[in-house]
Design a protein around this ligand. Sequence first.
Ligand SMILES: [Zn+2]
Length: 693
Amino acid sequence: MTTDQRAVAKRINKLRAEIAHHRYLYHVLNRQEISDEALDSLKHELKELEDAYPSLITEQSPTQRVAGAVQSGFQKVTHNTRMLSIEDAFLREDVAQWLERLANRYDVKNPELFCEVKMDGLAVALRYQNGALILAVTRGTGEVGEDVTHNARAIQAIPLTLRQPTADDLSALSKAGVSNEALAMLRDVSRLSVEVRGEVYMPKDAFEAMNVREKKEGREGFANPRNVAAGTMRQLDPQVAANRALRYFGYALVTDIGLATHEAQHMVMQTIGIPVNPLSKRTRVLDDVEAFYDKLIHKRDALNYWTDGVVININDMRTFGALGVAGKAPRGALAWKYPAQEATTTLRDVSWSVGRTGVVTPVAELEPVTIGGTVVRHASLHNDDEIKRLGVRVGDTVIIQKAGDIIPKVTRVLEKLRTGNEKKIRPPEVCPICGTTLVTHPGEVALMCDSRDCYARLRQRIIYAVSKQGFDINGLGERTVDQLLEEGLIHNISSIFQLTEDELRNLDGFGDVSAKKLHNEIQKHKRISLPRFLTAIGIPHVGSETALRMAEAFGSLDALMRADKEALMEVDDVGEVVAQSVVEFFKRSHVRANIADFRKNGGEILSHKRRTGRLQDKTFVLTGTLKHMTRVEAKAAIEALGGSVSGSVSRKTDYVVVGEQPGSKADEAVRLDVTTLNEREFFAMIGADLSHI
Ligand SMILES: [Zn+2]
């Protein structure tokens, strides 16, 4: 080697180490210290140096992930040790029985358990020889799998060479109880040969982005990410895997390097550069296992991968091994699967929501149904084509599927259950928010509202509706409103009150406690005063002051909705423009539907005390005893006519009603020159029946 070459070789080694370090940070520690662009720039420099000095290229260089030729077929590979499957359980009782069986039949009592997230991916074994990846094999039959090394190499999450643990890593492992035997082997991974097993999976965001691309290019898209992961690993051309952003989580280090527990295997895998799921948990208590399981059920929609349950392992490897295998499954592990994710229910209605881009999407309003432990009220119908494809009608019994998505899907109609009363679904002609005529652009299926500010208006309207002047819902801020709109979970005011705890829990930044709190807060504000309601629904030109005046004038929402322009103009503060605006607002069918919906779902708009009639703005003070009316009755009679009753006399008092044995208030009235009324005069004023006095 020339001096020049030596310098290049040095640089190349440094670049490779740096790139490997950032891969480790990103894929194993879930951290990023430099931008993708900076990392690409390092890779680019490495590639150029290698192109100039091809003799320095090694198979383990990060530039060589997709370097192999396209395969002509798949080689069968016999597994060193069988790749087992895991026994399924569905109920807590199943898990309890498993533990009982271990205790009674195998004398494994109160064992330490290691719980991990069960990935819904494709199991792949990775063999490393002297620190380098030499073979990747699918599970296959469990005895014999297929060589998919070319595709595994293309997955960035899988290291081509094992990471050398630092001194700090080793001392941390030592403190965690990893044996000296294992530590000795980890001191030099370039001599370490191990087999790791884990799952290749596709993250949700990558899956969704890929489907967007697929559909843009006129293809169907994929139904589920598990099939994509499996299909990708069965490709002969590794470029496909390289393009699909697959990931890997190791679940076992099957080579015996002296690790005493399953947990230690996870720790070691992580230090040598294999990503492991960080959510795993060690415990001895069934209640803890159940809590872990419950938490995952609630959390899994928010995770960036699909999971179908929890794997419970006997943590101690010697015990695990001694328990042996029953059929194809180890006795020392159990997969506690999530409950079925499908249910049938009735389609009550279809509402149309407008998205940020103006796309108008049908949302199925369902008879509430529990799917996998959560209550589902809404499901996506995508677009009008999907409605036609399903042939779904309002009133139909439908199958709802809840995959990883927040909003479940209608997958099938059970046509045999029709009664004949089902109604066809017609897409709206005008935008449910702004009234603009909807269009479908050439070559697209989606119905669009082309009005530029439509979504922004809806957003503003909802933020205003829940604000202090309106429903006054604490904790429903702009960020949450944005998320709810984007998920299609709300599309008008009444839909806010139909949100479920589960739907809230699935939002970013929400957990069990905060979801419950916000849900309670929303439900608490279902009862609302008329002025607040009139403010909240966003009638153009009507602020909280005008809303109060109108509430006082009409007393109830229904009376107000019946009022014509002239009647409205009688109200203080209400001129022609406002009156016209109110009349037109309540004429809109979607406004009326929204209000009806709000009431149907338990919303209550309280009547308001009217301030009209003869005694409007008049203040009364009562003193002494009336012969024919109690004080409470007198007060109610005054208020019914729009007057009010005060406890003390002032210059602002209009009338003092003087009964028998009056107090000092009667004298006060005389002193302040306030009109006094005896019982007969008072009754005449309020129009009470005088015949028996
Ligand atoms: Zn619109």
